[in-house]
Design a protein around this ligand. Sequence first.
Ligand SMILES: NC(=O)c1ccc[n+]([C@@H]2O[C@H](COP(=O)([O-])OP(=O)(O)OC[C@H]3O[C@@H](n4cnc5c(N)ncnc54)[C@H](O)[C@@H]3O)[C@@H](O)[C@H]2O)c1
Length: 303
Amino acid sequence: MIRVLVTDGMEKSGIEKLRANGFEVVEQFYEPEELAQKVKEFNVVVVRSATKIRKPIIDAALETKELKLVIRGGVGVDNIDVEYAKEKGIHVTNTPNASSASVAELAIGHMFCLARFLHISNVTMRQGKWNKKHYEGIELAGKTLGLVGFGRISKEVAKRAYALGMKVIYTDIIGAQAGFDEYTYMDLDGVLANSDFISLHIPFFKEQGATIGAAQIAKMKDGVYLVNCARGGVVDEAALIEALDSGKVAAAAVDVFEEEPTKNEKLYTHDKVSVTPHIGASTAEAQERIGEEIVDIIIKHFA
Ligand SMILES: NC(=O)c1ccc[n+]([C@@H]2O[C@H](COP(=O)([O-])OP(=O)(O)OC[C@H]3O[C@@H](n4cnc5c(N)ncnc54)[C@H](O)[C@@H]3O)[C@@H](O)[C@H]2O)c1
């Protein structure tokens, strides 16, 4: 019997479907040392972001050669040593499509928060303050949204922003993409200089460092709004705080942090910041789709 270890949780319906298809499923989180022992007994490991599948875990798995497949339920595979696993004949995959709409809706939600002070008025009203005068906002309609990265999530954001009456411009390292004539392609500097709102939808590579640091912020419009629902590290948090304090950035939304859970109190308590604890994909629909995609991957792999 094929044995599947699910370490960071998975939709119940997915677990049931796997069991109905004859797979043995164990749902259990293990700290790294224990995981290095347990991994030897499984053919598949399903993780989210909490479990790290690093070289020592892969090396341990190789002792029995049982492990064939590692699945990251979600998009970013930065918690897995993908190249090393592949080199050793272990297939690594993710579920890249399942959460695009959810992340896009969160990014748009954050834009509304920033434009209408929802994040901070929710705090001050609870403190008994009636700060009506402070909260004259702006409309999203008619503003220019600059998208950095134009992949799956970004396209979903573009669709929604366009429907709200925003002008959409975008940049991507692979260049302009066909079939999106309603949006305007520019290089990164063009997007930085011409956007009222900027939303980031690119991966983070440690060796490249932050795509948005002090130099890039300096190229933005004064009073720009910045949204990061991509990955911590894409934005230099220190540079962002400085820009918020100076007013260069009017307000920012942050779902992902350089360190998670974040200890950057200055950032997450900042009046001009709308914060969420990495919940881009945390919707019932995304979780269900992730579960379905995982089941399909496992069934196909062992068919
Ligand atoms: N907040 C969350 O919970 C959450 C959930 C899912 C995904 N994400 C993150 O969102 C990001 C985007 O995910 P996706 O599914 O749209 O990925 P994707 O691979 O479909 O799209 C990413 C796009 O960015 C482009 N790109 C890469 N580096 C770039 C750069 N430096 N400048 C410009 N373009 C660049 C790529 O060419 C690609 O088109 C990822 O970092 C992913 O980890 C976050």
